[in-house]
Design a protein around this ligand. Structure first.
Ligand code: PLP
Length: 401
């Protein structure tokens, strides 16, 4: 049997239980819609957590994947491949970067950034400062770089050389810098931490501190990059240029790929033998990513992401006025949007997400207080209206109940 219930049963019997999954098995997708094993359709306001930027089954990406798969699926990084080179050229042509390293996920991209920051500094400078509330991955080094104790729990002893500055406190961050520090790592907007943007002045302050103390500034743009915020990279809107940037999630529109982008003088510390990945820069994933980035860079696409994001936030603000017991406002950039639940309502976040799923809308709960929306960037204003109407209806029912 292949219905939702049977697939859940079979999955629970054989899959490691590190995810709390909804009792739904997705089988196909098209544009902003997903269909489950019982034939129900969902409007996807999550995109696999900011992954499927062009929506599901985008014809150009599907064609890029299948035509590359017919030519060459894998070859070792002992050899060059054209898709890998084309993707690196595209990233460099559209960012501060001059060199790119490819891997397979966000955590791997941040691992590479941590290793690069350390190997490019003298051995006594190894400490990396990240921010409270941040999220950087689930490998041992990246979970340690993550500024959330609940993510560290159970994995001691953690690697040495990480510390966490309180959010939005530049003086506290400066006080943590010492002769062992090599880098500051942060997201321009904290995604998992509850869609919390970093103030422009704060980010400028971090850049200045890095310059003054000779530290590398690493931007984790794994969630915010690749068009999500209305520019190819979020830092473009904040007028702060990092030394290293990490990417993953939307880069392959669903194919697993991560990347580290940096300047020549920093990249040269990764000499042959210092770092690598069997699958990193896989030709099929890179072909999907070239197609994805080229689509995002088409005239007017990113401007529309910004205007649809502004429209979405305006609608959520209106909803907050209508339901002040539930919603305390909204925040975000582009189409990475968070509706902040009131203190009283925050404990009901997971129930709201489940109830919306039952009503055919996918979203999730982030940072213990926020309903997070990251729809495909091709979402229409009519689809945004439909989500808002459904959420309004749910909140009215919950209020009455
Ligand atoms: N960094 C950020 C900002 C993320 O949002 C995530 C994933 O949510 C990661 C790193 C880890 O990425 P991955 O799950 O691909 O390892």
């Amino acid at each position: 049997m292949n219905d939702n219930e049977s697939l859940k049963k079979r999955g629970d019997a054989v899959l490691v239980g590190c995810y709390s999954r909804y009792p739904v098995a997705m089988v196909s997708g098209s544009g902003c819609y997903l269909s489950d094993a019982d034939g129900r359709r969902y409007l996807d306001f999550l995109s696999g957590i900011a992954v499927c930027a062009l929506g599901h089954n985008h014809p150009r990406v599907t064609e890029a994947i299948s035509s590359q798969a017919r030519k060459l699926v894998h070859v070792s990084n002992l050899y060059y491949t054209r898709p890998q080179i084309e993707l690196a050229e595209l990233i460099c042509a559209n960012s501060f970067a001059e060199k790119v390293f490819f891997c397979n996920s966000g955590a791997e991209a941040n691992e590479a950034a941590i290793k690069l920051a350390r190997i490019s500094a003298p051995p006594e400078r190894y400490k990396i400062i990240s921010l409270a509330g941040s999220f950087h991955g689930r490998t041992l080094a990246t979970l340690t770089a993550t500024g959330q104790t609940k993510i560290h729990k159970g994995f001691a002893p953690l690697p040495e050389g990480f510390c966490y500055a309180p959010f939005a406190d530049l003086a506290a961050l400066e006080a943590m810098i010492d002769e062992t520090t090599c880098a500051v790592l942060c997201e321009p907007l904290q995604g998992e931490g509850g869609v919390r943007p970093l103030d422009k002045d704060y980010l400028h302050g971090i850049r200045s501190l890095c310059d003054r103390h000779g530290l590398l500034l690493i931007f984790d743009e794994i969630q915010t990059g690749i068009g999500r915020t209305g520019s190819l990279f979020a830092h473009e809107q904040l007028d702060v240029v990092p030394d290293i940037m990490t990417l993953a999630k939307a880069l392959g529109n669903g194919l697993p790929i991560g990347a580290l982008a940096t300047r020549n003088e920093i990249a040269k510390a990764f000499a042959p033998g210092t770092h690598g990945s069997t699958f990193g820069g896989n030709p099929v994933a890179c072909a999907a990513a070239v197609a994805t980035v080229e689509e995002l860079l088409k005239e007017g696409f990113l401007a529309e992401v910004s205007s649809k994001g502004a429209y979405f936030r305006k609608k959520l603000d209106e909803l907050s006025f209508r339901f002040p017991d539930w919603l305390a406002g909204c925040r975000g950039m582009g189409l990475l949007v968070g509706a902040v639940l009131t203190e009283k309502a925050a404990c009901q976040g997971p129930e709201i997400v489940s109830a919306m799923l039952e009503r055919g809308y996918l979203l999730n709960f982030a940072g213990n207080a926020v309903l997070r929306f990251a729809p495909p960037l091709i979402v229409t204003t009519a689809q945004i209206d439909s989500l808002i109407d459904e959420l309004a209806d749910l909140l009215s029912v919950l209020t009455l109940g």
